[in-house]
Design a protein around this ligand. Structure first.
Ligand code: SF4
Length: 136
């Protein structure tokens, strides 16, 4: 009887864990999917207003499970949130700190959330790699 109860408990825990994992996977939207801005290549507003650099910037591809900088757009200069070009990282970061998408990614990633300094170092390393000056 005890064995059966503990097996049922373990099975329930595993199902719960799997559901949580699936929910996390489902929630991992890129910023253009979350914001529905239409500024991704082929998006509803891309032809008229231009493609946002966050959607094509490969330097941060796969960060937080996103496509290109889709889940790390706050470190990309010249993004187009709110329908206008946002300027340099320094100019826009204060706005991003208030952004609902930025906050959602932080919450979804939990301890796996990558700090600003880590993302900026990734960009630097990528640029050095492209220039051929990267030393691992
Ligand atoms: S950074 Fe803003 S404008 Fe650019 S794709 Fe993401 S939500 Fe759209």
């Amino acid at each position: 009887m005890f064995m059966l109860t503990s097996h049922v408990k373990i099975a329930r825990i595993m199902i719960k864990h799997e559901r949580k994992m699936m929910e996390t996977q489902r929630k991992r939207l890129n910023c253009w999917e979350f914001k529905k801005c239409g500024r991704e290549p082929g998006g509803a507003k891309a032809e008229q207003f231009g493609v946002c650099p966050a959607t094509t910037d490969e330097k941060l591809n796969a960060v937080h499970g996103g496509k290109n900088a889709g889940r790390s757009c706050w470190v990309v200069a010249g993004t187009m949130c709110g329908g206008r070009v946002q300027g340099t990282f320094a100019q826009k970061y204060q706005n991003c700190d208030l952004c609902d998408f930025f906050r959602a990614v932080k919450e979804e990633e939990g301890p796996a959330y990558q700090l600003l300094i880590v993302l900026l170092n990734k960009i630097k390393a990528f640029e050095k790699y492209v220039q051929g000056t990267f030393i691992p």
